[in-house]
Design a protein around this ligand. Structure first.
Ligand code: NAD
Length: 462
């Protein structure tokens, strides 16, 4: 361990110990014992944020970006230590990405029509206090990303974070409020409860001050939010297939797929979860994956052992989620060097290690007889989530056919999945991809309501 790592480790331990105390005591910066108190504080802060100029809101956001970058290493260490999932270097990159590429107030635009009968504007106004439910897979990234977009729109936010990542989420909430105060804004622009539960989540969903809920997580939470009677933004589960056809640069496809699949140990919902490869190029793809990309080809017995370890009675073993390939192989008694970063095997699409969203670097490869067969298999594997899919192909007709058939919010062509978040690809970043409700990659403009402001017969100066 280097001196730097030791230093960060000590800081994380100190912060975790401090948060242990705080979460028992109740209110700190944005942290409350009850959901009602958290919502009340966020509502008070929202009356200030609403009156702020866009320039003032942007100053708060700039300070959040700065502090996110300064604390990226600590937040990454904290999340890995608290949840046991993912890896520190990739989580550091994710925090830099969220700080640099999450849209701010520039995302809030106005539409205007002027003519003989006057001037009409459509302006985007805040909902007020937004309720947000966040996952343990990207805990602080989602808290920071949601807050930037929501505050840009003039809202404040109350989080019900995943209990398994509460300390990391509280650190992010504290950091955000400190940023707001330093930039001349109010305290409590982001709030949470010290001990989030299903009960606090229900209180949030039914509270009259909450008019919009943004849920990021698996199918259960999205369904719960969409049944709440409130307007909901549902960012649900995915199981993204990566299709490789005969026209692809096979060597590059192997590299891109393994890079995307192993990013943060496969936790991102957009990450490659399985491969569908045309039969004629499958051997070549597997060759590059094993010889150049640190993949371990599991034999039949190892596949059975992995299956029994990873899925217990058909349920995902949480101790395996977000673990690296070496650790997963160690669990079944296979020792490999540190260079091994992904486990691959061949199977039918129905194989549970292929059909399930595992969130770990185990990549099943399904063979297809021709392109139409590959599309059918990939669409089946995506399970109608309409979330993310990827393709490696130089044939635009094939790409178009696949895109139309799979109909996902994200489709990356000839690159690793994380290019969709603006990491090695164009476009902005988000950690809330509203696959179920259709907003797609959310940003500030997803968290505002349209208001039409009409002046009749004047202010048209043409
Ligand atoms: P999870 O569904 O277990 O938990 C997500 C959040 O929802 C947590 O805060 C949890 O406490 C809460 N929750 C779960 N069930 C609930 C219910 N019935 N009522 C109210 N709250 C409930 O998910 P996770 O393990 O934290 O995250 C991984 C999952 O999230 C994967 O399925 C992944 O694909 C998905 N995800 C999606 C996106 C996206 O942008 N679409 C982003 C990240 C993760």
């Amino acid at each position: 361990m280097s001196v730097d790592e030791q230093m960060v480790g000590n800081i994380v331990r100190e912060v975790m110990a401090k948060l242990q105390l705080q979460s028992g005591e109740g209110a700190t910066s944005g942290v409350f014992s009850t959901m009602e108190e958290a919502i009340e504080a966020a509502a008070k802060a929202q009356t200030y944020v609403h009156k702020m100029s866009m320039d003032q809101r942007e100053k708060i956001i700039t300070e959040i970006r700065k502090r996110t970058k300064e604390n990226a290493e600590i937040l990454a260490h904290m999340a890995v230590q608290e949840t046991g999932m993912g890896n520190v270097p990739h989580k550091i990159l994710k925090h830099h990405l969220v700080a640099e590429k999450t849209p701010g107030t520039e995302d809030i635009t106005t539409t205007a029509w002027s003519g003989d009968r006057g001037l009409t504007l459509v302006e985007m106004g805040p909902f007020g206090v937004i309720g947000a439910i966040t996952p343990c897979t990207n805990p602080s990234e989602t808290v920071i990303c949601n807050t930037i977009g929501m505050v840009a729109g003039g809202n404040t936010v109350v989080f019900n974070p995943h209990p398994a990542a509460i300390k990391t989420s509280i650190f992010a909430v504290n950091m955000i409020n400190e940023a707001s105060l330093a930039a001349g804004g109010p305290n409590n622009i982001a709030c949470t409860v010290a001990k989030p539960t299903m009960e606090t989540s229900n209180v949030m969903m039914k509270h009259p001050a909450i008019q919009l809920i943004a849920a990021t997580g698996g199918p259960g939470v999205v369904t719960a939010v969409l049944s709440s009677g409130r307007r909901g933004i549902g960012a649900g589960a995915g199981n993204p297939p990566a299709l490789v056809d005969t026209t692809a640069d096979i060597r590059k496809a192997a590299e891109d797929i393994v890079n995307g699949c192993t990013f943060d140990n496969n936790l991102p919902c957009i990450a490659e979860k399985e491969v569908v490869a045309l039969d004629s190029i499958a051997d070549e793809l597997i060759h590059y994956m094993t010889s150049e990309q640190g993949c371990y080809l599991a034999n039949a017995k190892e596949q059975e052992q992995l299956l029994a370890t990873v899925l217990k009675d058909g349920r995902l073993n949480r101790h395996c989620v977000g673990r690296d390939a070496k650790t997963l192989l160690g669990m079944i008694g296979v020792q490999v060097p540190d260079t091994i970063r992904c486990i691959i095997f061949e199977g039918e699409k129905e194989h549970p290690l292929i059909a399930e969203e595992l969130m770990m670097p185990i990549l099943g490869i399904v063979r297809a007889t021709d392109f139409d067969d590959a599309v059918r298999k990939a669409v089946w594997l995506e399970h109608g989530n309409r979330h993310s899919a990827h393709i490696h192909s130089k044939n635009v007709d094939n790409i178009t056919k696949y895109a139309q058939a799979i109909d996902t919010a994200i489709l990356v062509k000839n690159g690793p999945s994380y290019a969709a978040l603006g990491f090695g690809g164009e476009g902005f970043c988000t950690f809330t991809i509203a696959s179920r409700t259709g907003e797609g990659l959310t940003s500030a403009s997803s968290f505002v309501k349209k208001r039409r402001c009409v002046m009749t017969d004047s202010l048209c100066i043409r």
